[in-house]
Design a binder for this molecule. Structure first.
Ligand code: A2P
Length: 218
């Protein structure tokens, strides 16, 4: 009935504790600041601007909003497919309110979004919906949890749901054998370009991010 539907959240996810949110935001800012000064990035600027000669300030280009989190299940207050079933998974109830240590293993940038890849452990994967990757045709054969990410910012007019799609797109390219072009070893890690404005920085040292499994209602 309507009351049951109302009680489902907009989404379930891991919410980064405030101490680590600042660290992740700073790391992301550092990365963007460095990226847009690289010759390799300038060479492909047209991916972001549509014009060869135009400059871009990536820190302005992406807008950040809300608390940093890794969505597990988007429920849309019960309207999303599988929302009710997800909320009834025993682990979702048992682990609600628990703190986990997420591992942020890479940062990625596209003309649409900037995000952090989250590498989930077996224990964390019990909270991951079985169909998250299957929603995207080209990503259907990627391992469970491939879509896990934290949205760090979106370009004007882009919805946050795009961040996970951009990550899956890059991972599907990798799975298809595309190595990308290793651009440079940065202090934070190695930077690879996958064409069409898609950049991936594999972090030398993954960021350990304590995060509370909970839900969000607007
Ligand atoms: P993300 O997890 O990439 O940050 P919104 O503000 O657009 O309602 O979205 C609320 C949260 O739910 C955001 O974190 C967003 O993306 C995520 N989200 C929105 N739509 C979907 C969807 N269709 N599938 C998965 N996650 C979604």
């Amino acid at each position: 009935g309507p009351i049951e539907e109302m009680s489902l959240p907009l989404y379930f996810g891991w919410f980064l504790l405030s101490s680590v949110q600042d660290k992740v935001r700073c790391t992301s800012m550092d990365f963007l600041k460095t990226l847009d000064t690289l010759e390799a990035f300038k060479k492909h600027l047209i991916d972001f601007t549509g014009k060869a000669e135009k400059e871009v300030d990536l820190e302005q280009y992406f807008q950040a909003k809300g608390t940093l989190h890794c969505t597990t299940k988007f429920c849309d207050y019960g309207k999303a497919e599988g929302a009710k079933e997800y909320a009834q998974i025993p682990a979702v109830n048992d682990l609600y309110g628990s703190v986990f240590e997420l591992s942020l293993s890479a940062l990625f940038v596209t003309p649409r979004t900037v995000g952090a890849r989250v590498s989930l452990t077996e224990e964390q994967l019990v909270l991951w919906p079985a169909d998250a990757e299957k929603e995207v045709e080209s990503a259907a054969s990627l391992p469970l949890g491939s879509r896990a990410h934290v949205t760090l910012g979106c370009a004007e007019g882009v919805e946050p749901v795009q961040t996970g799609l951009d990550l899956l797109d890059i991972l599907a390219l990798q799975q298809g054998g595309q190595q990308g072009e290793l651009v440079e070893e940065m202090e934070l890690g190695s930077l690879t370009y996958y064409g069409e404005g898609r950049w991936l920085l594999s972090l030398r040292e993954p960021i350990c991010a304590p995060a509370c499994f909970s839900s969000f209602y607007e």
